[in-house]
Design a binder for this molecule. Structure first.
Ligand SMILES: Nc1nc2c(c(=O)[nH]1)N[C@H]1C(S)=C(S)[C@@H](COP(=O)(O)OP(=O)(O)OC[C@H]3O[C@@H](n4cnc5c(=O)[nH]c(N)nc54)[C@H](O)[C@@H]3O)O[C@H]1N2
Ligand SMILES: Nc1nc2c(c(=O)[nH]1)N[C@H]1C(S)=C(S)[C@@H](COP(=O)(O)OP(=O)(O)OC[C@H]3O[C@@H](n4cnc5c(=O)[nH]c(N)nc54)[C@H](O)[C@@H]3O)O[C@H]1N2
Ligand code: SF4
Ligand SMILES: [Mo]
Length: 747
């Protein structure tokens, strides 16, 4: 951003704030005078962005005081979805919400109150704390689609999840279902730098993505076939003798069983399933296994495969183990939890949730690793080894589709209230039509938001929430990483906005939890969190830490296992997983075909002959956000789906035509983007779309189903990953046809 601001002007303060329009939390310098932010720029000293901001980050001031923002607590006065609101005070809102929650608890039990979160864009530990003290195990968010199953599967196998990498020391980077060229721009920049230094990059993506365009090897696999590829890589690496034998002998269990198990998964077996040639599979496996150290970056595509997701994560984890690429410089590092400040898990008050309430967590009988049964076991093992467990708010949630079903059917018990914070479930959860029905049906709906989203529009109360410039932020991967970056509030919240923290604390105070909420402000809570290390820095407040230090990076340690082993029951990498076995899952990754595919569902494939993958990050949007910001919307004002020109020609579809994309669950429309970037049988849709410029009242609700790719996805229990519970977004069967006046009227 060009700054035309006189920095010598009297009274200007420079605040070290951050951007929270995605998880990168880039550093922002905010120039503040008289409680107003005059300008922002990327913080040149911030390690993540080193001065850069993307177009979303640069739009922060347009977001801060946009005319469509929710600025006051709103109470519904007309019928649900009618858009008739009364402006009320925070105190009245909290009073009435608390009363209603207590009434539901008295009549149906605390478990009848559920809360939904999104992609962790706020202080969700406070939500968890409130729910634990209230007595409900039904906290959830859609991180089932995003990293938590990965974290838990990997932790079951080798004691933590390697999500930090030391790229400068790496020789090979595998980007598996991961496109930092659009999703993680600061990381893409490092990749480009390291490529110049000789880093080999393998991209596994059905689409010739922004990142694939820069790769040394691009593997355009059939969407949803990642498990077959991972198993075939294991086969090549093990049976062609490319393993790290030393690491296997000393640090892994039951290699023989794994070797026997993967013998069947040859490149010839995988080729027709993945649409890759056996040579492509063999050559890429060779590169990963021999260009060492190497690492496999987490990509969200595997979390979203549905049924085969857990096994695919398992196989991917084993690739790191058989090549010895674990906790080594340039490999996949196991940082463990932060040891010298309080993590989210320690702030969540999980011990206060009674055992009998934990047992009622929805979905925990079926999707065990990411609910109390599996989390409880993992927490026990990790606490024993590291002294801390991973954050429960992330890793141990009710299963969202099971909660929505409970709202709709009253089974296995009724869910009467849903409190929504930092998510727009109609657009971002799976099977949108069902989610919308659940939001329409639930007795009591409260939403904490910046905007009147389709979800907020259906609510009984909407609370105005303060954004990243109006609150302090700690960045630390929720305590699942060892470092911490702290940012400060640039200004006090505008209008009557408050932080999510204040919402949960406020409700807690109304419901007899006062003793458990000693911190009046988020700064106080944050200072408590850093209090174990604060004396070493000589600081007396959170703000002071930000002002003078801002970062806490403990020295990087490698090969910790050589002294202490791994955080697993055997102390080794469990190639044959005892934790998964204990929970009733296969201890080795079995082959499970994509949720819908030509071989297992030939009849369906006749009707829906194309292969669909729904949603890949596109700039400038973040999921269902930023569609209101004109400068950003200008860049992509309509939704587009990728289709190969040959397929389009067969279907008489021209570039820019509106097309229906349909699965057996329903249809939605986007415009055709004719591109060679996808295989003739593949369709790739954009995610998140709704139209805030339209009528936001029922029944239009901003056109929230019209171009919404989650109308197409499946969250049926049989399509979900039995291990981690994620539902099926990638690798489905679909058909495509042109939108006409006539077919638009049918429904
Ligand atoms: N088909 C398909 N579906 C997907 C995906 C996909 O690839 N394909 N991706 C999935 C992934 S990876 C994720 S993480 C999820 C994302 O799912 P969500 O996190 O639900 O994302 P959004 O729909 O953008 O909803 C975020 C909402 O929170 C509001 N918000 C932002 N910050 C704050 C805050 O600090 N406090 C409060 N109270 N509100 C805030 C925003 O205005 C927005 O309305 O979607 C998933 N859904
Ligand atoms: N601009 C922007 N940036 C974002 C977000 C956003 O919404 N917009 N969301 C943020 C969030 S919450 C997350 S989790 C990250 C996610 O970021 P990434 O992990 O990079 O994930 P995606 O961009 O969702 O998808 C990556 C790639 O997966 C490919 N893909 C689709 N189906 C398959 C498949 O079956 N197998 C394989 N191997 N690949 C497949 C897509 O073509 C896409 O290029 O991005 C973050 N950054
Ligand atoms: S939205 Fe852009 S500027 Fe903001 S944190 Fe993400 S990458 Fe950084
Ligand atoms: Mo995500």
């Amino acid at each position: 951003m060009t700054m035309k601001i006189d920095l010598q002007q009297e009274g200007i303060e420079v605040k070290k704030s951050c951007c929270y329009f995605c998880h990168q939390n880039c550093g922002v310098l905010a120039y503040v005078k008289d409680g107003k932010v005059l300008a922002i720029e990327g913080d040149p000293e911030h390690p993540t962005n080193q001065g850069g901001l993307c177009c979303r980050g640069n739009s922060a001031l347009k977001h801060l005081d946009h005319p469509a923002r929710v600025n006051y607590p709103l109470k519904r006065v007309g019928p649900k979805g009618s858009g008739q609101w009364e402006q009320i005070s925070w105190d009245q809102a909290l009073d009435e919400i608390a009363q209603k929650l207590q009434q539901i608890k008295d009549e149906f039990g605390a478990e009848a109150v559920a809360t939904a979160g999104g992609t962790q864009r706020t202080d969700d530990w406070a939500r968890r704390r409130f729910m634990n003290l209230f007595g409900s195990p039904n906290c959830f968010h859609n991180a089932h689609l995003c990293w938590i199953p990965t974290f838990m599967v990997e932790t079951a196998i080798y004691g933590w999840c390697p999500f930090e990498i030391d790229l400068a020391q790496s020789r090979c980077l595998v980007l598996w279902g991961c496109n930092p060229g659009a999703s993680t721009l600061p990381f893409m920049r490092s990749i480009s730098d390291m490529k110049k230094a000789g880093l080999k990059v393998i991209v596994i993506d059905p689409r010739y993505s922004e990142t694939a365009a820069k790769a040394d090897v691009w593997l355009p696999l059939r969407p949803g076939s990642d498990l077959a590829l991972a198993l075939a890589w294991l086969n090549v690496i093990i049976h062609e003798g490319l393993c790290d034998w030393d690491f296997l002998t000393n640090w892994c269990t039951r290699f023989g069983e794994l070797a026997d198990h993967v013998e069947q998964f040859t490149p010839d077996w995988a080729a027709p399933l993945t649409w890759l040639s056996p040579e492509q599979i063999r050559e890429s496996a060779y590169i990963y296994a021999t260009q060492k150290p190497g690492n496999i970056q987490w990509g969200v595509a595997i979390d979203q495969l549905g049924k085969p997701a857990g096994a695919a994560m398992h196989a991917r984890a084993l690739l790191r183990a058989v090549t010895g690429n674990l906790d080594n410089p340039g490999g996949d590092i196991l940082p463990g939890p932060a040891l010298d400040y309080y993590t989210d898990e320690e702030m969540e008050a999980n011990d206060y949730l009674p055992e009998e309430q934990k047992a009622k967590q929805l979905g925990s009988d079926r999707f065990k690793l990411t609910t109390w049964p599996g989390y409880g076991r993992i927490a026990e093992i990790t606490k024993n080894y590291w002294g801390k467990a991973p954050t429960a708010e992330w890793m141990c949630q009710a299963h969202p589709p099971t909660v929505f079903n409970a709202i709709l059917t009253g089974e296995p018990y009724p869910v009467k209230a849903l409190l929504v914070s930092a998510t727009n479930p109609v657009n971002s959860y799976g099977a949108s039509k069902k989610v919308l029905e659940a939001l329409r049906k639930v007795d009591f709906l409260v939403t904490c938001e910046y905007w009147l989203t389709p979800t907020a529009m259906l609510s009984d109360y909407v609370l105005p929430i303060a954004g990243a410039l109006e609150r302090p932020t700690i960045t630390n991967t929720y305590g699942c990483s060892d470092f911490l970056i702290a940012s400060q509030r640039a200004i006090q919240p505008l209008y009557e906005r408050r932080t999510d923290y204040e919402f949960w604390r406020g409700l807690g105070l109304k419901l007899g939890q006062a003793e458990m909420w000693p911190w009046e402000t988020l700064e106080e809570a944050n200072f408590y969190r850093i209090s174990p290390f604060a004396p070493a820095y000589g600081v007396e407040s959170y703000d002071e830490f930000v002002e003078y230090y801002r970062y806490h990076f403990p020295p990087r340690e490698y090969y910790r296992y050589q002294e202490r082993g791994f955080a697993t029951p055997s102390g080794k990498v469990e190639l044959y997983s005892s934790v998964l076995k204990e929970l009733g899952y296969s201890p080795l990754p079995e082959y499970i075909p994509p949720v819908e595919n030509e071989d297992s569902n030939p009849e369906l494939a006749k009707e829906y002959p194309l292969v669909l993958t729904t949603g890949a990050a596109v700039m400038p949007f973040h999921h269902s956000e930023h569609f209101q910001i004109k400068d950003l919307r200008f860049l992509r004002h309509e939704p587009y789906a990728d289709i190969n020109p040959a397929t389009a020609a067969e279907l008489s579809i021209k570039d820019g035509d509106w097309i229906w994309i349909e699965t057996k669950r329903g249809r939605m429309k986007q415009k055709a983007n004719l591109t060679q970037a996808v295989h003739p049988k593949v369709i790739v849709t954009q995610r998140g779309w709704w139209f805030p410029e339209r009528d936001m009242r029922e029944p239009v609700l901003g056109g929230c189903l019209e171009s919404n790719t989650n109308v197409l996805t499946s969250d049926a229990p049989e399509d979900c990953d039995p291990i981690g519970g994620s539902w099926a977004n990638r690798g489905l069967l679909c058909r495509v046809y042109k939108v006409t006046d006539a077919n638009e009227r049918e429904e």
